[in-house]
Design a protein around this ligand. Structure first.
Ligand SMILES: Cc1cc2nc3c(=O)[nH]c(=O)nc-3n(C[C@H](O)[C@H](O)[C@H](O)COP(=O)(O)O)c2cc1C
Length: 143
C-alpha cells in the first residue's frame, strides 16, 4: 500500500522536523529548495507550524509552504493538513494550518503542540495509516 508522503516546513528550531521524522513514512522538508520546487507524485499531506509575524496582515503561513502551494498540481493533490503550534499564541493557535484547510477545502487531520509527545506521534501515525487505507480503497475523491 502506498504510504502517503508528508511535506513539512520546519525552522532552525526543528520541532516539526522532529515530529515528522518519527512518523516512519516518506517525509520531505520544504525548507530545502529541492523539495519546495518539486511536485508531489500523488496524494500528499501538509504539516506546517504557524509563525505569527506581527505585521498588519498577521501572516502565519511559512513562505516555503506558500511556495509549494503555488503549484496547481500540488494544490489539487493535497488531501489534508496537520499543524504544529503553541497554545501561548492564543487566538493565533494553529492559524496557518487552519487557514490553509479553510482555503483549500481540505480537512485539518491533526493538531499538536511543539514537537509533539510520544502519544501525539502514535496518533499521527494512526491517522496517516487510516488515510493510506482510505486512499487505497478509492474512498476519497482524488485526481
Ligand atoms: C516567532 C514565533 C511565532 C509563532 N507564532 C505562532 C502562532 O501564531 N500560532 C501558533 O500556534 N504557534 C506559533 N508559534 C509556535 C510554533 O509554531 C511552534 O513552536 C512550532 O512547533 C515550531 O516548529 P519548528 O521548530 O519546526 O519551526 C510561534 C513560534 C515563534 C518562535
Amino acid at each position: 500500500m502506498r504510504q502517503t508522503p508528508l511535506y513539512y516546513y520546519s525552522s532552525a528550531s526543528g520541532l516539526v522536523r522532529s515530529f515528522a521524522e518519527r512518523l516512519e513514512r516518506p517525509v520531505f522538508n520544504l525548507a530545502e529548495r529541492e523539495h519546495r520546487a518539486s511536485e508531489a507524485d500523488g496524494p500528499w499531506v501538509l504539516l506546517t507550524p504557524s509563525y505569527k509575524t506581527g505585521n498588519d496582515s498577521n501572516d502565519t503561513i511559512p513562505e516555503a509552504v506558500r511556495r509549494f502551494l503555488r503549484s496547481d498540481v500540488n494544490r489539487r493533490r493535497l488531501v489534508g493538513v496537520m499543524g504544529s503550534g503553541n497554545r501561548n499564541f492564543g487566538r493565533h493557535y494553529q492559524m496557518a494550518a487552519r487557514e490553509i484547510a479553510r482555503r483549500s477545502g481540505r480537512p485539518v487531520l491533526f493538531e499538536f503542540e511543539l514537537a509533539g509527545t510520544p502519544w501525539d506521534v502514535a496518533e499521527g501515525r494512526a491517522i496517516l495509516e487510516e488515510l493510506d487505507a482510505a486512499l487505497a480503497a478509492g474512498a476519497l475523491p482524488v485526481e
